[in-house]
Design a binder for this molecule. Structure first.
Ligand code: ATP
Length: 234
């Protein structure tokens, strides 16, 4: 579904990705793991069109999205749930959700999706008129996920969804991500919590200093000695 080939990108003098290739197959949950600064967020930003590639190619669903601007990437069916949640703090919960649907035209379908999200996240329904900036971290994470889902993506990318959340909320967030995959949406997940990511994914890639050094089924990477020592605490 998404095929990235030899992608190089960076910021000014910094080369963050040094030629990465990866495949995300339809219906899979694919995890991208690695240490701080390995380039995971940059990979998601590059796919979204937020960081221009220096070389390499990205094809989504047969369409070349290399160098495409963010609105086009979104229109192709890719949603990005960024690190730090990044909800619009002065807008209400409902307005944030509606922003996720700004490229869609069918009012009835938008309302039906909004109501489904409220049914899934009753806390958001209760706070629908409240400014998003006043929500707790966990609620903002739910809102960021809901907003991404409002674009009806075919591929949804999560950047560190567990960051800064209480353990019970982390569990809930991971359960929601699994459910999104089980409902048929393809997922690309960037996670610091390597064990959780490897356990729930179909396939995983390990990024070190801007290069993919290992890939395979999550369960296989959990057994890998290097992964165990460097990322799973032995
Ligand atoms: P983290 O989990 O800390 O976000 P990461 O694996 O997602 O780590 P990136 O954020 O993609 O890593 O960063 C990869 C490299 O690019 C790092 O060396 C980082 O310092 C650099 N970098 C990231 N964003 C910028 C930026 N806006 N300007 C300059 N350099 C950046």
């Amino acid at each position: 579904m998404l095929e990235i080939c030899d992608l190089v990108c960076g910021y000014g003098g910094v080369t963050a990705l040094r030629g990465i290739s990866l495949d995300v197959k339809l219906g899979q949950l694919v995890a991208l793991i690695g240490a701080n600064g390995a380039g995971k967020s940059t990979a998601l930003r590059a796919i979204s069109g937020l960081v221009p590639p220096r070389s390499g190619s990205m094809v989504f669903d047969g369409r070349n999205i290399t160098g495409a601007r963010p609105p086009r990437v979104l229109a192709c069916g890719i949603a990005h749930c960024p690190e730090g949640r990044k909800v619009f703090p002065h807008m209400s919960v409902e307005e944030n959700l509606m922003m996720g649907a700004y490229l869609r035209t069918s009012k009835a379908e938008i309302v039906a999706d909004r109501d489904r999200i409220y049914a899934d996240f009753p806390r958001l329904a209760e706070r629908r008129r409240q400014a998003a900036g006043t929500l707790s971290g966990g609620e903002q994470q739910m809102l960021a996920i809901g907003r991404a889902l409002m674009s009806r993506p075919r591929l949804i990318m999560f950047d560190e969804p567990s960051l800064g959340l209480a353990p019970n909320i982390v569990e809930r967030t991971f359960a929601i991500i699994r459910r999104i995959r089980d409902a048929g949406t393809t997922v690309l997940l960037v996670e610091q919590n390597a064990f959780a990511a490897l356990e729930m994914c179909d396939n995983a890639y390990l990024l070190e200093s801007g290069k993919i050094v290992l890939s395979g089924p999550g369960k296989q990477l959990i057994e890998n000695e290097h992964v165990r020592k460097a990322y799973l605490g032995g």
